[in-house]
Ligand binder design. Structure first.
Ligand SMILES: NC(=O)c1ccc[n+]([C@@H]2O[C@H](COP(=O)([O-])OP(=O)(O)OC[C@H]3O[C@@H](n4cnc5c(N)ncnc54)[C@H](OP(=O)(O)O)[C@@H]3O)[C@@H](O)[C@H]2O)c1
Length: 285
C-alpha cells in the first residue's frame, strides 16, 4: 500500500504530514537510476530513509520500483539537473518536507581531446556536475541550516586531484566539487549540518560508456563495485566524516597526486584516458 501511495504522491497528491511520508527521515539522491547513485539510494533505503530520487531518463521510475521493494517510500523525479528548471522541478517534488540527507551524486564524464569534444556536451557536463549540483545544495542546505540538522554527501572523485588529459573538463568539474565540499563543510561547522565528499576511483558503472571512453585503458580496466563504493560513502556521511576515498589503490593514487608535479600527473592520465586503446596497442604503451 505504501508503494502505491508513494507513486500517487509523485503524481502530485502528496499531503504534507501523511503518515507514510512524514514519520521517516527523507533522503534526496540525484543520479539514482544507475551506478553509484542507485546504490546510494539502496543504502539509504536499507538504513530507514524514505527517498526522493532523480535522474534525467525514464529509467528512474524502474529504479524507484526496485528500491521500494526494500520497504521505503520512493518518489522518482525525471528531470534534467543540468538546468535550473530541472532542479526546480526536483525541489517542487520535495515541497515543504525537510530533507534529512542530500546525496548530490548526478554527474557525467566526457572523454576525447578537448578540441574534439562537442561544446554542447562540454556545457552539459559542467552544468550537470557543477551548476545543478551547486544550485541544489544552495537550496537544500539553507533549509538544513535553519533546522540546524542535515547531512550532505557530494560525489566528487579522485579525478579531482589529477589534471585529466583526454578528460580535461570532467576532471576540472570534480576538482571543483572536491574543493567546494571541503569549503562548505568548514562554513557549516557548528550548524548541525555535515558535509562529506565521496571520492571514488574508477567504478564499474555506465559512466565510461556514456563518456565515450570504452576505447581507453581506464575504460577497459577492472573497476570497483559501485555497491561497495556507495556503502563506504553512505557510512562516511552518517558518521559526518569530511571525505572518503574508496579502496586502497585509490588512496595511494590520491596520496601520490598530492606529491607529484601536475605536469607528471597529466602525462600519467594521458596513458589512462587517451582514445584508441586496445589489447593490441597495449604492448606499445
Ligand atoms: N564511475 C566512476 O568511475 C566514477 C568515479 C568517480 C566518481 N564518479 C562520479 O559518480 C557519480 C555517479 O556516476 P556513475 O559512475 O554512477 O555513472 P552512471 O552509472 O552513468 O550514473 C550517472 C547518474 O547520473 C544521472 N545524470 C547524469 N546527468 C544527469 C542530468 N543532467 N540530470 C539528471 N541526472 C543525470 C544519470 O541519469 P540519466 O541516465 O537519467 O541521465 C545516472 O543516474 C558521478 O558524479 C561521477 O562523476 C564516478
Amino acid at each position: 500500500m505504501r508503494n502505491l501511495i508513494s507513486l500517487t504522491q509523485f503524481g502530485g497528491v502528496y499531503h504534507e504530514g501523511s503518515s507514510t511520508m512524514a514519520d521517516r527521515p527523507l533522503a534526496l539522491v540525484t543520479g539514482a537510476s544507475t551506478g553509484i547513485g542507485y546504490e546510494l539510494a539502496v543504502q539509504s533505503a536499507k538504513n530507514g530513509f524514505d527517498l526522493i530520487i532523480a535522474a534525467d531518463e525514464p529509467a528512474i521510475n524502474e529504479a524507484a520500483r526496485q528500491i521500494q521493494s526494500l520497504g521505503s517510500s520512493v518518489v522518482p523525479v525525471q528531470a534534467d539537473l543540468a538546468t535550473l528548471a530541472g532542479v526546480d522541478q526536483l525541489l517542487d517534488a520535495v515541497g515543504a518536507r525537510p530533507v534529512d540527507a542530500l546525496l548530490a551524486n548526478a554527474g557525467r564524464g566526457l572523454g576525447k581531446g578537448f578540441l574534439d569534444q562537442n561544446f554542447d556536451d562540454i556545457l552539459h557536463v559542467i552544468n550537470t556536475n557543477i551548476t545543478g549540483t551547486v544550485y541544489l545544495a544552495h537550496q537544500i542546505a539553507k533549509t538544513m541550516r535553519a533546522r540546524r540538522s542535515g547531512r550532505i554527501l557530494f560525489t566528487g572523485s579522485i579525478a579531482g586531484f589529477i589534471p585529466g588529459t583526454f578528460q580535461a573538463v570532467y576532471n576540472g568539474t570534480k576538482a571543483f566539487i572536491n574543493s567546494f565540499s571541503f569549503a562548505l563543510r568548514a562554513e557549516l561547522k557548528d550548524t548541525g549540518v555535515t558535509v562529506t565528499c565521496l571520492m571514488p576511483g574508477a567504478t564499474e558503472t555506465e559512466f565510461f560508456e556514456r563518456a565515450d571512453m570504452l576505447d581507453t585503458k581506464i575504460g577497459q580496466s577492472e573497476k570497483d563495485d559501485p555497491a561497495d563504493v556507495a556503502k563506504v560513502g553512505f557510512e562516511a556521511m552518517m558518521k559526518g566524516e569530511g571525505d572518503v576515498v574508496t579502496g586502497w589503490k585509490n588512496k595511494v593514487q590520491a596520496t601520490v597526486a598530492n606529491i607529484l608535479p601536475a605536469g607528471m600527473l597529466a602525462e600519467q592520465h594521458r596513458r589512462k584516458a587517451e582514445p584508441g586503446y586496445s589489447e593490441k596497442s597495449k604492448s606499445r604503451r
